[in-house]
Each structure stands twice: as structure tokens, then as C-alpha cells.
Design a protein around this ligand. Structure first.
Ligand code: AMP
Ligand code: MG
Length: 410
């Protein structure tokens, strides 16, 4: 009999052990999807100089205090400055400088009149609208001040953050190495979608599930195909996968069946078990092991077990290993819409849909909670945690729900 550990204990074992890999310095072009390994401070103000937000005329606003549509003011245009240029003159009362968006604001000017509110006549301009001081001007440092933290350690580099780094003149960024995850699918019954379905065979869904989940977690999936239920084949693939990957995930072959060889193979290949069974439903036979710097997650074969185990244990582990903060998804509290019958002596992860009634989050379980029912995962917004010791859960009892989707409303 394998020793079963509680789900929360399995999580703490894994999350304590997960440490980021080495750091590397990447040019911005290659940084998308990586995680910053240090805080980055700006060495410049952004914008670096006060400039015009409009095409128009840089003016001294008090020159225009009397202006109305019918009483325009005539100003002398003493220079034109384009974006990238530097005005050579400063504005005196009664004069202005024609200016383009992004050009440095000339000395003496405190605002810009939009070109749409003017009419140019040779070297003069008629202005039909007054402006307030600071109008249509972007102040130096209004976006970022020199010394501001523009990227926090642990943040995922998305296009906006990459843009901010570029805007502050940062060409490279120190990030954590991504984690390469080898996916090993076991089962003699499995065939690929697209092949002819034969008696006794089923399509391999776990391979596609794990490939997608690993990618969604931000790691790099490497597929090692479908391995038949034979010790020698399996050990061969495990050895091959561990030589090139940081983490291995297998599906199937961890139960008590006659052809379940994953544990045996791990023992033979000198892996040290972190745990080999979790007191939960679905996903009881999940195995975790380590071998030097490498980690192995042996997930059960049922697709729902694969998804639930991945969400609760593997995804946060991978994200922590890549330095991503926060590495878990969110928990919310909710109440079942109707009594939920909990018959198992294990913690149950119930696939539920969520909706709000006032400030309460209401949970509706999928009508069939079998571990092979993939549609329960398509349906679910979250996993409601029913602790092992609980009996029937009344709508009055608040339960913890692990969110599977980023939801605006919770
Ligand atoms: P096992 O843990 O290998 O005994 O598998 C448990 C159940 O999951 C069996 O019904 C298998 O046919 C099914 N299963 C195993 N691997 C896959 C897979 N890759 N895709 C879909 N179902 C699978
Ligand atoms: Mg199997």
C-alpha cells in the first residue's frame, strides 16, 4: 500500500522544492514570455524632455487670454520645429513656434495650440482658441521618472512591459531560463486523432492536454510520443527525456493495474520519490519524484485527473521554477447552490461553474463528476475543495474554490 498524503501537503512539498533555473540576458526581441529575474529601474525620465502632444503652435498661453472664435489673435511664427529637432529660439510675447507632435517645447512656451484651431498666413498665424497653461504638452518624466522601478522581479514579459523597457532605453533584460518539459504518454490503447478508430482503442487526449497546459504555463513542451506499456520501452524513453528536459510528465501507468509500470521504472532509474499517492479524488495515484536537478510527475491516465493534477500541483511548480510570481491561481470562497453529497474519504475536487448572487459566489457542479468526463473540465470555472473529513456540504457552508480561469468578476 502506498502512503497517501494530503493535497495541501503535496503542494507544500513541491512548492518548497521548486527553485528557478539559471538566469540569462536576452535582447528585448527575444524576451516575450520570459520572467524578469531582477527589478529594473529606469535610467531616464520618460518622456526625456517636455514636448508637444499635438501638431500646432507652441505659445505662451497668457498671449491668448482674450481670444475667442470671433476675436482671433495674430502671432508671429519665428521658427518651425519637427519631431527630433531642437528649437534654436525662444518665444517672446506676440510670437510663437510652429511645432510637430513629439518636438521639444521651445523655451518661453507653456502650451500648444492645435493646428486645427489656427490659420497660417505667411509668417504669421491666426489663433482662434485660447489655451490653458500646459495644454497639449507632455511633461518630462510624466510617464516614468528616472529611478522608478519599471519591471518587477517575477513579472512576465508581455508586449507592454517590453515596450516600457524599450521606451526607457533598456536594450537587454535578465530573465530566468524557461523550463523544458518532456511529455511521455503511456498506454497500449492509444491512437492519434486522425487515425482509424479500432475496437479497444481510444484517441490520445492527454498528450494534447499536457502539451497545451505546459505551454499555457509558460514552459516549453517536448513530446516523447506514445509509449506502449512495457518496462523496457518506458525506461528507455524516461532516460532519453531526462537527458534533455528539466521536468518530465507522464500520463497513465501509475495505478495498481498489471501493466502500470511508471513507479517501477522510476525506482529502477534511481529516482527519489517525493510522494506516490495523494488523498484526493480525482488524481489519487499521482506520483512525484526527483533525480538530481530533474523532476518527474507521474499523472494518472484519466484525462480529468491529468488536468486537475496539473492545475493543482504541476502548473504552480513549473511557474515557480520559472520565477513567475504569483505562481498559483486564485482561490475564492463560494457556496453550493444545492446540497453536495460528498461520499469519498478523500478530498474531492468538484468541477464547478461559478456565478455571483449579490456578493456571494454560487457553485454549480457539473452533473457528472467521473474522472474520465472531459466535458466537466470544459464546463468548469473552478475546483471546489471538499475536505476528506466533510460529509454532505450544505449551501450554507462556505467552501474554497481554486479558479481555473482568470475571471474579471471574482
Ligand atoms: P491508466 O492510469 O493507464 O490505467 O489509465 C486510466 C484510464 O485513462 C484508462 O481508461 C485509459 O484508457 C485512460 N487513458 C490513459 N491514457 C490516456 C490518454 N493519453 N488519453 C486518454 N485517455 C487515456
Ligand atoms: Mg494505462
Amino acid at each position: 500500500m502506498r502512503e497517501m498524503i494530503a493535497p495541501r501537503e503535496a503542494q507544500s512539498i513541491l512548492f518548497d522544492i521548486a527553485q528557478p533555473r539559471e538566469t540569462l540576458v536576452l535582447p528585448l526581441h527575444s524576451a516575450l514570455g520570459y520572467v524578469a529575474s531582477e527589478d529594473v529601474r529606469s535610467v531616464h525620465d520618460i518622456p526625456p524632455f517636455t514636448n508637444s502632444a499635438m501638431d500646432g503652435f507652441a505659445v505662451f498661453s497668457s498671449d491668448l487670454s482674450e481670444v475667442t472664435e470671433n476675436k482671433p489673435k495674430r502671432l508671429k511664427v519665428i521658427e518651425t520645429v519637427a519631431a527630433g529637432g531642437v528649437p534654436s529660439r525662444s518665444i517672446q510675447p506676440g510670437s510663437c513656434i510652429e511645432i510637430m507632435t513629439g518636438a521639444l517645447l521651445p523655451r518661453g512656451a507653456d502650451s500648444v495650440v492645435m493646428v486645427e484651431n489656427t490659420k497660417k498666413e505667411n509668417d504669421e498665424v491666426l489663433v482662434f482658441r485660447k489655451v490653458l497653461p500646459g495644454a497639449n504638452v507632455r511633461a518630462q518624466g510624466e510617464d516614468v521618472s528616472k529611478g522608478d522601478v519599471i519591471l518587477e522581479k517575477g513579472s512576465l514579459l508581455d508586449s507592454a512591459r517590453i515596450g516600457l523597457l524599450a521606451a526607457t532605453g533598456t536594450p537587454k533584460i535578465s530573465v530566468y531560463a524557461k523550463v523544458k518539459v518532456g511529455i511521455v504518454i503511456t498506454g497500449n490503447e492509444l491512437i492519434l486523432p486522425g487515425s482509424q478508430l479500432m475496437p479497444g482503442k481510444i484517441f490520445n487526449s492527454n498528450g494534447f492536454i499536457l502539451f497545451s497546459m505546459v505551454r499555457e504555463a509558460g514552459a516549453i513542451p517536448v513530446e516523447f510520443g506514445i509509449v506502449s506499456d512495457e518496462r523496457e520501452k518506458l525506461i528507455e524513453v524516461v532516460r532519453e527525456a531526462r537527458s534533455s528536459c528539466d521536468v518530465l510528465i507522464s500520463s497513465g501507468g501509475v495505478s495498481a493495474g498489471k501493466f502500470d509500470f511508471v513507479e517501477e521504472v522510476l525506482e529502477k532509474d534511481d529516482w527519489e520519490f517525493l510522494f506516490s499517492s495523494i488523498q484526493q479524488k480525482p488524481g489519487k495515484p499521482m506520483v512525484a519524484a526527483r533525480r538530481m536537478s530533474k523532476f518527474f510527475f507521474g499523472l494518472p491516465g484519466n484525462p480529468v485527473s491529468v488536468m486537475v493534477c496539473f492545475e493543482l500541483y504541476v502548473r504552480p511548480f513549473l511557474r515557480k521554477k520559472m520565477g513567475i510570481s504569483p505562481f498559483t491561481r486564485k482561490w475564492v470562497k463560494g457556496n453550493f447552490a444545492a446540497p453536495y453529497l460528498h461520499k469519498s474519504s478523500r478530498t474531492e475536487w468538484v468541477r464547478v461553474k461559478l456565478h455571483t448572487e449579490g456578493r456571494r459566489v454560487i457553485l454549480t457542479p457539473f452533473h457528472y463528476q467521473g474522472s474520465g468526463i472531459i466535458r466537466s473540465m470544459v464546463y468548469a470555472d473552478g475546483l471546489a475543495e471538499i475536505p476528506a473529513s466533510t460529509g454532505t456540504v450544505s449551501p450554507k457552508d462556505e467552501v474554497n474554490v481554486y479558479l481555473l480561469k482568470e475571471m474579471q468578476t471574482f
